[in-house]
Write a protein that binds this ligand. Structure first.
Ligand code: C2E
Ligand code: MG
Ligand code: MG
Ligand code: MG
Length: 299
C-alpha cells in the first residue's frame, strides 16, 4: 500500500501535496486519540505481549521467545509498538508499559511447565533512560525464583549507555539483574544502536545481530564476511550470538554457514498471541527442521 501511494505521488505531483497534508492531519488526530486512550488501555489490560519464537536451526526446536508489545485496540485492531512507544514515552508511561509486558511474560513462564512445555529463555525489551524500574526488580525477584526458564533483558546501547561508568545507575542495575540470574542481551547489534563500545561496557550474555545486517548478508558476500567476523568475535569473547529477521529458507541457509545456530524471524514464525504461541510450542516446527547439511527443509 505504501509503495502504491509513493508511486501515485510520483505520478500526480500537485494533487498529492494536498493529499499528503490531509494524511498528516489524519495522522496527527490519530496520535492525539491514541495519546488520550493509552493510560486507560494499560489499566484495562489492552497492552499485551506477543511472543516470537527463537529457533535452533539444527534441531528445529523452539528454544526461546521474545515478548513484543501490542495494543489490542477495540477499533484499530492490533497496534504495533512503532505506533505507540513514543507516545508512551511522551506521557511518561514507558515504565508502566514495560511492567505490563513483564508481568504477562512472567505469567507465561509460570504456565509453561504446567502445560508440559519449556523454553530456555524468554526476553523482554526495555525503554529509554532506564533498564528497569526498582519495583520491576522486585517483581522479577518474586516471580522468577526457581524457574527453569531464564529471563533475558534486551538492551539498546544508544538508549542506556551514554553515560555509563563504574557507579552509574545503569551499571548498578545491571549488577542487580545479574545477581537475580537475569541474562543481558544487546539488541540490534551491528546497527547504529549497538556497537563494540556497548559490548565491552556491558559484557552481555548474548548479542542479537540486527535484521538489516542479516538481510544484507543474505544477499551480499562482502556483508557476509562482516557477519562471519561478528560470530567469530562472539565465540572468542564467549558470548552467544543469534540472528534476527530471517525471512526465507535461503536467509537461514546463508547465515547458518556463517556459524549461527539460533534464529528469530518471520521464516519461522511471526510474533504470536500467547495462546497461539503455546500451541506452536506444543506442536513444534517439525517442517522447518534442518536437514543433515544444515539447510532448512521446504515444507
Ligand atoms: P526489536 O526488539 O528489535 O524486535 C524485533 C522486531 O522485528 C519486532 O517488531 C518483530 O516483529 C520484527 N521482526 C521479527 N522478525 C522479523 C522478520 O523476519 N522480518 C521483519 N521485517 N521484521 C521482523 P515490533 O514487534 O514491531 O517491535 C519493534 C520494536 O519495538 C522492537 O524491536 C523493540 O525495540 C520495541 N519493543 C517491542 N516490544 C517492546 C516492549 O515491550 N517494551 C519496549 N520498551 N520496547 C519494545
Ligand atoms: Mg528486542
Ligand atoms: Mg532487535
Ligand atoms: Mg529492531
Amino acid at each position: 500500500l505504501a509503495d502504491g501511494a509513493l508511486y501515485q505521488s510520483k505520478r500526480s505531483g500537485r494533487d498529492t501535496l494536498s493529499c499528503a497534508a490531509y494524511e498528516t492531519r489524519q495522522e496527527r488526530s490519530f496520535r492525539r486519540q491514541l495519546s488520550s486512550e493509552l493510560p486507560k488501555a494499560i489499566e484495562k489490560g489492552a497492552i499485551v505481549p506477543f511472543f516470537q519464537p527463537q529457533v535452533n536451526a539444527l534441531t528445529g526446536r523452539i528454544v526461546g521467545a521474545e515478548a513484543l508489545v501490542r495494543w489490542k485496540h477495540p477499533r484499530f485492531g492490533i497496534l504495533k509498538p512503532g505506533r505507540f512507544l513514543d507516545i508512551a514515552a511522551t506521557l511518561g508511561l514507558s515504565a508502566q508499559l514495560d511492567r505490563a509486558v513483564l508481568r504477562q511474560t512472567l505469567r507465561l513462564a509460570d504456565r509453561l511447565p504446567k502445560m508440559g512445555l519449556s523454553l530456555d529463555s524468554i526476553a523482554v525489551n526495555t525503554s529509554a533512560g532506564r533498564l528497569i524500574r526498582h519495583d520491576l526488580l522486585s517483581d522479577i525477584r518474586q516471580w522468577w525464583l526457581n524457574r527453569d526458564c531464564q529471563l533475558s533483558i534486551e538492551l539498546l546501547e544508544t538508549l542506556h549507555f551514554d553515560d555509563m561508568h563504574e557507579s552509574s545507575p545503569v551499571t548498578e542495575q545491571l549488577r542487580q539483574l545479574r545477581d537475580l540470574g537475569v541474562r543481558i542481551e544487546i539488541d540490534d547489534f551491528g546497527s547504529g544502536r549497538a556497537s563494540l563500545t556497548g559490548l565491552l561496557r556491558v559484557r552481555p550474555d548474548r548479542i542479537k545481530i540486527d535484521r538489516n545486517l542479516i538481510q544484507a548478508a543474505a544477499r551480499d558476500p562482502m556483508q557476509q564476511s562482516v557477519v562471519a567476523a561478528i560470530f567469530d568475535m562472539a565465540r572468542a569473547l564467549g558470548l552467544q550470538a543469534m540472528a534476527e529477521g530471517v525471512e526465507t529458507a535461503e536467509d537461514v541457509a546463508v547465515i547458518r554457514k556463517l556459524g549461527c545456530e539460533v534464529f528469530q524471524g518471520f521464516y519461522y514464525a511471526r510474533p504470536l498471541p500467547e495462546e497461539a504461541f503455546c500451541r506452536l510450542l506444543a506442536e513444534g516446527l517439525k517442517t522447518k527442521m534442518a536437514d543433515p547439511e544444515g539447510l532448512p527443509r521446504q515444507s
